[in-house]
Design a protein around this ligand. Structure first.
Ligand SMILES: C[S@@+](CC[C@H](N)C(=O)[O-])C[C@H]1O[C@@H](n2cnc3c(N)ncnc32)[C@H](O)[C@@H]1O
Length: 377
């Protein structure tokens, strides 16, 4: 059965029939898009600097995904969204999930969205005069992030975005989030003195208004129609119904030996910006005005093993589980293999070696780290 016909959605009844077939017989025979083509398309995906993002591993991931095959894929911890986009580009029907909101804005704009673009008129309105007098961002982050003009732009942009619906809204939010991430030195919101890392990079000198226009063009360029129905979800992975996925990709936070893997601490401003801080609780006594942390058992040495075991159990019926993990983190590869063996007959480990540079000075130490890809089926 070949259900992937790029750009030519089947009729409704044909799609229902395909759905039924997918449920009855897992569709490992779906014809995928050639890897080179999928990777070339994914190279267009706008880059968000994000802890643990897999931009550099896309060639490895795409070959494992191709080898596993199938029709329905879950990207359970989507983050920057680049892996969800790769899966769509390869021809999978994608469910994308993360417990933060901005990842879903990005995948709603680029993966779920098949046809809608933000037009020149839409952009002109968003960068034009404000539609109301809101000033939450200007007031709350005065003296902390960006200058007064940039903060006023974020408020003003949101006064228009609030009037948008559907994929246009998602593209606008994704572009606003990426603009803020690019302009913040190092892309993280753990410090408030932006002169500390000011290095004259173009990204730091553009106004957020100028960024926004460029980032919209980049997100518009990612939109393509493959005739499939993709989903972008916001929620804890433990609450996601397992469905009948052929491929489940797991890229949880890496529980480090020391420190933590707290995404909210680093990216709270992007999380707030994606929803205009609605429903978010700011810890007003913190210097960075961060949002209260979302607990995840994957971020800690004490709870990670149990969390992995439960997640493998949850998706035990999937055709294949593919998981990324670092040799730098806890638990070790042997433990992960034995946990996967509880739910799957065969487990392969693909180590991908690369060298990280620790420290920022010239004498920074370089240490070889293996990024593992576990494939269990
Ligand atoms: C290593 S990052 C994923 C990176 C992603 N694959 C990429 O290439 O950008 C881990 C992600 O897991 C999310 N996360 C952490 N705990 C979670 C949980 N319990 N449920 C859902 N998402 C979670 C974080 O918000 C973060 O975006």
């Amino acid at each position: 059965m070949n259900t992937h016909v790029a750009g030519h959605p089947g009729t409704l009844s044909q799609m229902r029939q395909d759905d039924l077939m997918t449920t009855l017989y897992r569709t490992h025979e779906r014809e995928l898009v050639p890897r080179a083509e999928a990777l070339a398309r994914t190279a267009l995906f706008p880059r968000l600097r994000y802890m643990g993002s897999k931009y550099r591993l896309l060639p490895h991931l795409s070959s494992v995904f191709e080898e596993v095959g199938g029709g329905r894929a879950l990207d359970a911890f989507s983050g920057s969204g680049v892996v969800s986009y790769l899966l769509k580009a390869q021809g999978f029907e994608v469910t994308s999930n993360d417990f933060l909101d901005f990842p879903a804005a990005i995948t709603s704009a680029t993966v779920v969205n098949q046809t809608e673009l933000l037009t020149h008129e839409d952009v002109r309105a968003i960068v034009g005069p404000a539609a109301d007098d809101r000033d939450f961002i200007s007031r709350t982050f005065d003296g902390l992030y960006f200058n007064a003009e940039d903060r006023a732009f974020l408020d003003s942009a949101w006064s228009h975005i609030d009037r948008l619906g559907g994929a246009k809204r998602h593209i606008a939010i994704a572009a606003l989030v990426l603009s803020a991430a690019r302009k913040q030195p190092r892309g993280v919101f753990t410090f408030t003195d932006s002169t500390r890392y000011a290095d004259g990079r173009r990204d730091l000198t553009l106004t957020l208004r100028e960024h926004f226009v460029e980032r919209v063009a980049e997100y518009n360029a990612t939109v393509f129609d493959d005739g499939q129905t993709h989903r972008a979800l916001v929620g804890d992975i433990a609450d996601l119904p397992p469905s009948d996925f052929d491929l489940v990709y797991l890229d949880p936070p890496y529980a480090p030996q020391s420190d933590d893997a707290d995404y909210m601490k680093r990216y709270h401003f992007l999380q707030g910006l994606a929803v205009y801080w609605e429903g978010q609780e700011i810890m007003t006594t913190t210097k960075t005005k961060k949002i209260i942390k979302k607990y995840t058992p994957f971020a800690y040495k004490r709870t990670i093993v149990d969390a992995l075991a439960r997640t493998f159990e949850q998706f035990a019926d999937a055709g294949a589980l593919v998981m990324s993990y670092s040799s730098n983190a806890v638990p070790d590869a042997a433990t992960i293999v034995s946990l996967l063996r509880h739910v799957k007959a065969t487990v392969e480990v693909h180590p991908i070696d690369h060298t990280y540079t620790f420290g920022t000075h010239a004498a920074a130490t370089r240490r070889a780290v293996s990024e593992y890809l576990f494939v269990a089926r």
